[in-house]
Design a protein around this ligand. Structure first.
Ligand code: PRP
Length: 548
């Protein structure tokens, strides 16, 4: 059934009704009051501008809504407000420097994943402090963020500070080219330990530098991390200056009694073209995405003809609303809270349960033949839930589960935003292109080819991105091998474990796509809130697997 276009809004866009509007209005008003109190003045940039204004390095071109004016010039709906504010600061008379600018309004992203926390139209309030390159300016932005969050009624949250120059310094020292550096950066930012190790293995750099990159995703927690890193002999002046900058900002915030809201995450390394110094992200339980984010971006205004150091933060109003409506804004003592582990029903759950049992968890009920779906280990304060494999990344992304055990195939297919902390080594198999022997050597360059798969995203990514072929992907839900046998498709992209299914159906592997195995994944916010308990579990599992 086609949806009625005159009664439905497009996906990712929503009508805000009376109660929500009131809640939103309250948040905006509270934010504006805090901003004004600190001397920030509102500006209102246009909703859309020339496409060239926005930075495709920050929001990918395909994630912007683009259209044309009557002269054929490309326009885009603003994907954020910071870029427009930077353009205003560089080109308009705003009085004496530094400029303290505030804004409030909608931004638009043409993303595929929509949820309460990720809409195609979302509202932001934020501030930019432009023309001041000091640590005090960064501290001011963080102080105001904290004050605003408290005023919204969120009392238990955490602002993470990172510094991109720490990574840049290491990357320069290692002599990485732009591509190597960016690939490694992205994996460190995702805390994807498995991929980081694979990249480092291929790089011809010193063991001590490899160790430093490898450690980066674990360098989060309190300020001790920075103090300890300052003693690391291998660091260049750039990395060291980055750490000193973090210390300075921390000291200023401490003097104001705000240190309890601050945490460090040196493994937070988003886009390096945009950010030039400190980066900040605010987290609260109840939303899987940061409720505020920002940092220093000293190169942006130069794009509009005037070099000005700048720092700022944007707060996601819908995300703040979700935190407040969930009533989980006060977390209390995290040690007494349950950690929830989502296990993919079937073989992976059985193997995971064995490991948890060997680690001393109470899994007796899970091992009994029951149809229950939630199991509690009171002693260790752990809950286990049994879910369909493809749902594990969903539970973890949304924070309904803190930890998940799932196959890399499911994880890749889901495209979910979670940390991948460990390759558990079991459930080993591979993703491959398979078909009849007659297709051997006939895959390349063929665009007119039908590919059946339970994994359309993986199949598309392999053919489109890796091989540069635009093929027709047909999504099936099982028994994919039938595709070529009954003429539905020429080839399939599927899991091959023993190879028996292919053999018995007269098919063979034509190309390998990637190796697969079970992975331990963690929710981004949970890893911060339960850092000690989760990392110690990861260490225990690692040790147990080694002894196996
Ligand atoms: C998986 C996969 C292959 C088969 C591979 O299917 O999709 O069909 O296992 O294993 P093998 O190489 O050891 O023969 P699954 O058993 O999950 O059933 P499905 O095809 O119905 O999804």
């Amino acid at each position: 059934m086609t949806e009625s276009r005159n009664t439905h809004t497009p996906a990712g866009l929503t009508d805000m009704l009376v109660d929500e509007c009131e809640a939103k209005f309250k948040i905006e008003t509270a934010a504006k009051e805090v901003f004004a109190h600190h001397g920030y003045h509102m500006v209102q940039p246009p909703t859309f501008e020339y496409y060239d204004v926005y930075d495709a390095a920050v929001t990918k071109a395909e994630n912007m809504f683009k259209f044309f004016d009557n002269n054929g010039r490309m326009l885009a709906l603003r994907p954020d407000l910071t870029t427009s504010v930077a353009r205003i600061a560089a080109t308009k008379p705003l009085g004496e420097l530094p400029y303290r600018i505030a804004y409030s309004g909608s931004a638009f992203r043409n993303d595929e994943a929509f949820s309460n926390a990720r809409q195609r139209e979302f509202s932001q309030v934020g501030i930019e402090l432009i023309g001041d390159g000091s640590a005090a300016a960064d501290a001011e932005v963080i102080e105001i963020s904290i004050e605003a969050l408290l005023k919204f009624g969120i009392t238990d949250f955490q602002i993470d500070m990172g510094q991109v120059d720490y990574f840049k310094g290491l990357s320069e020292l290692a002599g990485l080219d732009t591509e190597q550096s960016d690939t490694l950066r992205a994996k460190i930012n995702d805390k994807d330990f498995v991929a980081i190790n694979a990249i480092l293995e291929r790089l011809n750099i010193s063991e001590s530098l490899k160790a430093a990159f490898c450690e980066m995703p674990k360098l989060f927690g309190d300020i001790d991390i920075v103090e300890k890193e300052l003693k690391n002999d291998i660091l260049s002046n750039k990395s060291r200056a980055a750490l000193e900058n973090l210390m300075q900002v921390y000291e200023i915030l401490k003097d104001k009694g705000l240190e309890k809201y601050i945490a460090i995450d040196l493994g937070m390394v988003p886009n390096l073209d945009y950010y030039t110094g400190i980066i900040i992200k605010g987290f609260a339980k109840g939303v899987a995405f940061p409720i505020c984010s920002g940092g220093r971006y000293d190169n942006l205004t130069a794009k509009f003809g005037r070099e000005l150091p700048a720092t700022g933060v944007a707060m996601g109003i819908e995300r703040v609303m979700t935190v407040l409506s969930d009533g989980v804004c006060t977390q209390g003592d995290t040690a007494s809270q349950y950690i929830t582990v989502a296990l993919a029903k079937g073989r992976l759950a059985e193997l995971s349960i064995e490991i948890f049992e060997r680690l001393g968890f109470d899994v007796s009920e899970m091992k009994s033949k029951t149809r229950k779906l939630i199991f509690t280990d009171e002693k260790n304060k752990f809950k286990f839930i049994l879910v369909k494999a493809s749902d594990v990344p969903v539970y973890v992304e949304y924070g309904a589960a803190d930890i998940g055990v799932v196959g890399k195939d499911t994880l890749l297919e889901s495209g979910k935003d979670v940390y991948e902390l460990l390759d558990l080594g079991f459930g080993r198999c591979k993703m491959a292109v398979a078909g009849p022997a007659s297709m051997r050597g006939r895959l390349d360059g063929r665009n007119i080819m039908r590919v059946a798969s339970k994994y359309p995203h993986i199949a598309r990514d392999y053919f489109h991105r890796v091989k540069g072929q635009t093929v027709d992907i047909i999504k099936l839900n099982g028994s994919v091998e039938l595709g070529p046998l009954v003429g539905l498709s020429e080839v399939i992209v599927d899991i091959v474990e023993s190879g028996k299914t292919l053999k018995e159906n007269g098919l063979e592997v034509l190309e390998d796509v990637c190796e697969l195995s079970a992975r331990l994944i963690v929710n981004r916010v949970s890893l911060k809130i339960h850092r000690e308990r989760i990392l110690s579990l990861v260490d225990d599992v690692k040790r147990e697997l080694k002894e196996d």
